[in-house]
Design a protein. Structure first.
Length: 254
């Protein structure tokens, strides 16, 4: 196939946290118009198979390879939707596509039509279910050490806690690194204080959704797994009836 940039495109889209009503209509339109769907197996499985649409489901650890494949197909005139859960710019495929573009170093690819379309990220979907824990300044941190050293994660946790940010943690606890989340809780107790509220939101917007809020002193590592996004408030985060919120103001206590 000869390379042409005339009609092909790559659109990197977010499918939201799970519920189909939380997929934006913009993203639905892209999926309707795509000839090829590229992504991690469970996300591609959310797209029905049908004539004229090819599904390319791959394992999670080959993001840049998958992105290069998507760019190559677009260069041959195909309309490619790269799918991520949540938002594609949050610990997901959008950066992988731009990294692949840089690594490939093909001048013609720089003229490709590449667009990123946002989705509802797990942290904000969970926050909305809980109340408004991210109502003031916050930090989003990926607790997986696949792509960065654990020492850096510890440092960021400590500094974000000490600076008074509320926090959202992605990929909090996997079977391959069971001790790290216990260590993360220890650091948070020291940096934020044991009475700070922490919420564990599992399978948000899916049929098995489970949301639990406790203090850092009460939290145990088993409350999190890879299907959970963890939300830690700041020291002003509080309960009002069944709701949890962080006030919109803060004081500078140094
Ligand atoms: N791009 C995605 C995040 C991918 S990283 C987004 O913006 O949401 C994968 C992590 O996201 C999981 O380990 C979990 O921490 C979180 N996550 C994704 N979907 C979730 C859901 N429905 N409920 C709770 N956590 C979720």
């Amino acid at each position: 196939m000869t390379e042409t940039t005339a009609k092909g495109w790559v659109k990197i889209v977010g499918l939201g946290p799970g519920d189909e009503t939380m997929v934006t209509s913009q993203v639905q339109e892209v999926i309707e118009g795509a000839t090829d769907i590229v992504g991690y197996i469970p996300y591609v499985e959310r797209i029905p198979d049908r004539p004229g649409r090819t599904l390319h489901a791959t394992d999670n650890r080959v993001e840049v390879e998958r992105a290069t494949h998507a760019l190559g197909m677009a260069a041959s005139g195909r309309r490619v939707a790269v799918v991520s859960s949540g938002d594609p710019g949050v610990f997901a495929m959008a950066s992988a596509v731009f990294e692949a573009l840089e690594v490939a170093n093909k001048p013609t690819w720089l003229d490709l039509d590449i667009q990123v379309l946002p989705g509802i990220t797990a942290m904000l979907a969970a926050s909305a279910r809980i109340g408004a824990p991210m109502g003031h300044d916050f930090a989003a941190i990926n607790l997986s050490d696949n792509l960065k050293p654990w020492s850096l994660i510890e440092r960021r946790l400590r500094l974000a806690g000490e600076a008074g940010f509320a926090m959202g943690f992605y990929n909090p606890r996997s079977k391959s690194r069971p001790h790290q989340f216990a260590r993360a809780l220890e650091i948070l107790r020291e940096a934020c204080g044991g009475e700070t509220l922490i919420s564990f939101a599992r399978d948000v917007s899916k049929p098995d959704e489970k949301i639990q809020t406790v203090t850092l002193n009460e939290a145990t590592p088993e409350m999190a797994d890879m299907r959970t996004v963890v939300i830690v408030g700041n020291k002003d985060t509080r309960r009002i009836g069944p709701h949890i919120y962080t006030p919109r103001y803060a004081r500078d206590e140094g």
